[in-house]
Design a binder for this molecule. Structure first.
Ligand code: SF4
Length: 306
């Protein structure tokens, strides 16, 4: 039997198809690299971890599970993944989609059915947003399930753009410089919550979802409007990205490069005890200088006089 090499097989392929496959391969490598980097930077996954992967049926949770399964095969450490979906009994929720997919990919899973939809509808007046109560109920159920499954970690599918949106929402409406942590201890103190997609751009997840043809479940089944401000901020960020390529990356880098001495939170920096040292410091503030912003790295930004 004559076997063909990859190069010979490629010769028989449509050049367009080769290009698509090449791009998809690059995307897969980028996704794995970024998730791997976030895991290392924040020590998200350790030997022996049992991780509950929260599946909503949206593109982000499918991609998270998909990437974690790939990484599980390649990782030098061993950890367990259990996919969990909470069926909240929203009208029209296609209950068979996730179990079918999860069985097909061969991951352990649990579908937890709890009619939080009726509770929320009953408690919240018509026309008011239901998200706050709904997500509180969901959180409690997911923590309970994690305990029952013996999972020490809970993975959520929030990505880089969710983190940035939250940062702006907190600043615009909450008066806080605060985003979404890549890793945190659950409010009950019992579980570690991790966000392995913290470094991943939403547009890459959209593309990956198409490549892998995930059976997406629409996220509008409950009909709630709470996401409105988030959508507005999301749109603002997408506009900026279009007009000033690189701005999203710069803002995201800024969140990992915080200088408390140059902000105004006196609980984070001891301004009161600040004393002169008489010694020149390279990192010292050039208080009377004009700050230079390299135009190449901040396209479209104006240099402002300070
Ligand atoms: S969008 Fe719907 S399902 Fe999501 S938190 Fe709000 S009420 Fe709950």
């Amino acid at each position: 039997m004559v076997t063909m090499t990859t190069a010979e097989k490629d010769l028989n392929k449509d050049p367009k198809q080769i290009k698509i496959e090449h791009e998809n391969h690059k995307l897969e490598k980028r996704l794995c690299r970024q998730v791997g980097q976030a895991i290392v930077d924040y020590n998200m996954i350790e030997e022996g971890d049992k991780i509950m992967v929260c599946m909503s049926g949206g593109k982000d949770s499918y991609a998270m599970l998909d990437i974690l399964l790939m990484m599980q095969k390649r990782a030098p450490i061993s950890f367990e993944l259990i996919a969990v979906n909470l069926d909240q009994k929203q009208p029209g929720f296609p209950a068979d989609v996730l179990p079918k997919y999860l069985a097909q990919v061969g991951v352990k899973f649990r579908i937890e059915t709890q009619d939080t939809y009726s509770i929320v509808k009953d408690k919240i007046a018509e026309g008011k947003t239901m998200c706050s109560l709904c997500s509180r109920l969901r959180r409690g159920i997911l923590y309970r399930v994690a305990g029952e499954l013996g999972c020490n970690k809970i993975a959520l599918g929030h990505h880089r753009d969710d983190i940035l949106q939250t940062f702006f929402l907190n600043m615009f409406f909450g008066g806080k410089l605060k985003a979404m942590p890549p890793k945190l201890v659950s409010d009950g103190g019992d579980h570690m919550v991790i966000r392995p997609l913290a470094y991943v751009a939403e547009k890459d997840l959209e593309r990956w979802s198409k490549v892998r043809q995930f059976p997406i479940i629409p996220c509008t089944l409950c009909g709630s409007q709470d996401g409105l401000q988030r959508q507005v901020v999301g749109e603002m960020l997408r506009e900026w990205e279009k007009k000033f390529p690189g701005r999203i990356e710069n803002m995201f880098a800024a969140m990992q490069n915080v200088v408390p001495s140059h902000l105004m939170d006196h609980t984070k920096f001891d301004f009161k005890s600040l004393v002169t040292t008489g010694v020149a410091s390279e990192d010292g503030d050039k208080a009377f200088d004009h700050e230079e912003f390299p135009m190449a790295s901040l396209p479209g930004m104006q240099v402002v006089s300070l």
